[in-house]
Design a protein around this ligand. Structure first.
Ligand code: MN
Length: 234
């Protein structure tokens, strides 16, 4: 059988715009770090630990552009925003050190890790995977990538989110429990990271629900804001 002949077309992987580039950044995988701000871990009823970071994944096909109106997703009554710094990998990386990790970063973007919180917490309580809560259609909103050299060192930048103009999340990237180099060094011990891999680095305290009609806007100093309008349920 000729595997290049397909019964129906393979889906096109999403791509993310890049500041100053005519070409977009094609998404290959989406890794997400759990509980990476101490105040958010506390509000979720758990203590953050420094044993090791942990991850969940979203399908790359769930990546979606900023600025859209997206329907309230099915199967949830507690749909949450999570404002996050997104790291875009730009070079192959396997077992890189924290010292070498910055050299594999292509750039950064503001992102929303949209979450069906009720399904995530139900799964967590039962010791089950989080997929239903985290990995669903259009659940990874990513704004324009800014190249790392234009963004500068991660640290003092503020990370904020507003719903209908009301501030809900307000922290600094320096509050990350696991820094970007630490995350890349750790994750690259388990995966051969390649260009196209995005890493959502976790959300600060202040997560909460949204409903149809809400406008979510997230900002990180030095990056294009990410926004999302919640549409009616499908
Ligand atoms: Mn998250």
């Amino acid at each position: 059988m000729n595997l290049s002949r397909r019964l129906f077309p393979s889906p096109a992987f999403p791509a993310v715009p890049v500041e100053g580039e005519a070409a977009a950044y094609p998404v290959h995988r989406i890794f997400c770090v759990g509980r990476n701000y101490a105040d958010h871990a506390k509000e979720m009823g758990v203590e953050v630990d420094r044993e090791a970071p942990f991850y969940f994944l979203k399908s790359p096909l769930s990546a979606v552009a900023s600025g859209l109106t997206l329907p309230y997703p099915p199967g949830t009554a507690n749909y949450h925003y999570e404002m996050e710094l997104v790291v875009a990998i730009g070079r192959p990386a396997f077992r890189v050190s924290t010292a070498d990790a910055p050299s594999v970063v292509y750039g950064y973007a503001a992102g929303l890790d949209m979450t069906r919180r009720d399904l995530q917490l139900e799964a967590r309580a039962k010791g089950r995977p989080w997929d239903l809560g985290k990995d669903f259609e259009q659940a990874a909103v990513v704004a324009t990538i800014r190249k790392a050299e234009d963004f500068g060192p991660v640290g003092p930048q503020r990370i904020r989110l507003e719903v209908d103009g009301q501030v809900r999340q307000d922290a600094r990237l320096a509050d990350l429990v696991w820094s970007v180099p630490e995350i890349i060094a750790h994750l690259s011990g388990f995966y051969h990271l390649v260009p196209g891999d995005l890493i959502f680095t976790g959300t600060p305290a202040g997560v909460g629900p949204v409903v149809a009609g809400n406008v979510v806007r997230g900002e990180i100093d030095g990056l294009e804001p990410v926004s999302l309008t919640i549409g009616a349920a499908q």
